[in-house]
Design a protein around this ligand. Structure first.
Ligand code: HEC
Ligand code: HEC
Ligand code: HEC
Ligand code: HEC
Ligand code: HEC
Length: 376
């Protein structure tokens, strides 16, 4: 009330000045002119909003799918609002670093948000369908090794900028004999998918060149052509970003093969092999998984990795936390020869990609074969 009275007073004073103040220095008012033409009716102010906010389920379905996705539900963002993590774990950090092209953000964010519509789309910019344009599809440089290979996955750069391996720390230096690993998190971090897709991040162990090129990297929008095609409710595909889903009670796996078939490249998925992802009657995915488990067994036997946290999913394996009966630390590192460290790195880049080799079967098959040979 008080504020209103004050405001009213102020307005009265301004009106007074406007009328008398201005009149006092101009001449008398002339005769009134003819009335102007009627203006055109304006557009309905909410019509523009109804492009998206309408009774259709276009927007609602995406929201429902996203809400159940790991982008929407994943809690890593809470622990990862740090200068070196925010670029990939918060919307604010992603949008800032997509502009600055830096690996770290300038300051941490007071109220960070998860990966949401605004990370990937220009929400409320032009208020029309052009707002669905993807926020950042610029090519960028990989962080993984000093070489910082240029990558251009076109529209999939959006996904790849975040889903890329982080540098090994310490790195593997060919001019040195050994590597001292001091953290159980040593490896490419969790999201090295784009490195695998383009055949980058594993080490050749026999001097031959690994076959990096593979058809999957040439699909424009690669990541989302497989992960977002053909949604099945809020379980797989679309804005759930999931290609597979496990029933919590029965453990049964539901896979979304729409992407594999949409490309026109694969006619049958779920071939004669044991893996739901084998295509065209082949057994490549089954074989890659067999090799992964074989290497895993050997590395666990050597005491290099800890498989007990993984609940059966090698993607969640870590470097061992115990060396010579004592906790792994800077003073009690896991000391491996440079060659052994490459073997361990190869295992980690393959399993942390979590696609069972599907992102780049040619490359991953070769990496697994070389790694197995090196261990035998
Ligand atoms: C091109 C599509 C589009 C248009 C046009 C559009 N919106 Fe939105 N709006 C969105 C999206 C996407 C969101 C985010 C939804 C989410 O976060 O789940 C949103 C969210 C909102 C929200 C929730 C609060 C927020 O900001 O997240 C409000 C309120 C809203 N819009 C109002 C409007 C109004 C008013 C207009 C017209 C002036 C409008 N919108 C036009 C797409 C649109
Ligand atoms: C801003 C960075 C960022 C962008 C952009 C991004 N992601 Fe993610 N994505 C993440 C993070 C971080 C997680 C894990 C979230 C968590 O656990 O909190 C994740 C999770 C996922 C998962 C689930 C992984 C699992 O372990 O279940 C899939 C699948 C995925 N993203 C695919 C995509 C695709 C496809 C795109 C492009 C359309 C994309 N992402 C764009 C950062 C990003
Ligand atoms: C280059 C981008 C990038 C950076 C930088 C990054 N992350 Fe991630 N992180 C990801 C992606 C992508 C995923 C999800 C990948 C997946 O599920 O396969 C992820 C997953 C995670 C997870 C979830 C693991 C799980 O499966 O539940 C945690 C925890 C995490 N990150 C913590 C951090 C922390 C802490 C930092 C900073 C020290 C950090 N991240 C820096 C991209 C990044
Ligand atoms: C991780 C990135 C990412 C996030 C988060 C995301 N989207 Fe998308 N969205 C995409 C991509 C990529 C496509 C294009 C998919 C394709 O072409 O197959 C898309 C397509 C769409 C489309 C269809 C656009 C068109 O041109 O017809 C709509 C609508 C949409 N998203 C809405 C949303 C809404 C609403 C949210 C938040 C609830 C959201 N998206 C969150 C990446 C994302
Ligand atoms: C050729 C199809 C295809 C392409 C292209 C593709 N993916 Fe995948 N992706 C898959 C399949 C299939 C899986 C394995 C799902 C499973 O666990 O059964 C997978 C697994 C993943 C996972 C782990 C999901 C989980 O639940 O553990 C992430 C994260 C991911 N992909 C992100 C990406 C990103 C980012 C890109 C682009 C750089 C990409 N994918 C390109 C098909 C594809």
């Amino acid at each position: 009330m008080k504020r209103n009275n004050l405001l009213n007073g102020l307005i009265a004073v301004l009106v007074f000045i406007a009328i008398f103040g201005v009149q006092s220095c101009t001449g008398p008012e002339g005769p009134a002119g003819a009335p102007g033409k009627d203006g055109k009716d304006g557009t309905d102010g909410t019509a523009v909003c109804a492009t998206c906010h309408n009774s259709s389920t276009d927007l609602a379905s995406k929201q429902a799918q996203w809400a159940l996705s790991k982008h929407g539900q994943g809690e890593a963002f809470m622990s990862a609002n740090r200068k070196e993590c925010a670029a990939c774990h918060t919307t604010e950090g992603f949008l800032e670093t997509a502009k600055t092209n830096a690996d770290t953000v300038q300051n941490v964010f007071l109220s960070p948000t998860t990966i949401n519509c605004r990370t990937c789309h220009n929400v409320h910019v032009k208020f029309d369908n052009t707002d669905w344009k993807l926020t950042s599809v610029d090519p960028f440089k990989f962080r993984y090794d000093g070489k910082k290979t240029d990558v251009d996955l076109k529209d999939a750069n959006l996904c790849a900028r975040c889903h890329q391996a982080r540098p090994l720390s310490p790195g593997i230096d060919d001019t040195k004999d050994s590597v001292s690993i001091t953290s159980f998190r040593w490896g490419p971090h969790y999201g090295g998918q784009s490195n695998i897709l383009v055949g980058h991040s594993a080490f050749s162990l026999d001097g031959s060149t690994l076959p990096s090129f593979q058809a999957h990297q040439t699909i424009n929008g690669a990541c989302f052509k497989c992960h977002m095609t053909g949604p099945l409710g809020t379980i797989v595909g679309g804005h759930t970003f999931n290609t597979a889903f496990y029933n919590e009670e029965t453990g049964a796996k539901t896979v979304n093969t729409a992407g594999c078939r949409a490309s026109g490249c694969h006619t049958t998925v779920g071939g004669t092999g044991k893996n739901a992802w084998d295509v065209d009657g082949g057994t490549k995915v089954t074989e890659m998984y067999r090799d992964i488990l074989e290497i895993r067994k050997i590395l666990a036997g050597k005491g290099w990795i800890d498989t007990t946290q993984a609940h059966g999913n090698p993607g969640h394996d870590y470097v061992t936390n115990i060396v010579n009966g004592k906790p792994l630390s800077a003073t009690n590192p896991l000391k491996l020869s440079t060659f052994e460290a490459k073997i361990l790195a190869n295992y980690l880049v393959v399993v942390k990609d979590k696609s069972l080799g599907i992102h780049n079967p040619k490359y991953v098959s070769a990496v697994l074969k070389q790694t197995l040979n090196a261990l035998q």
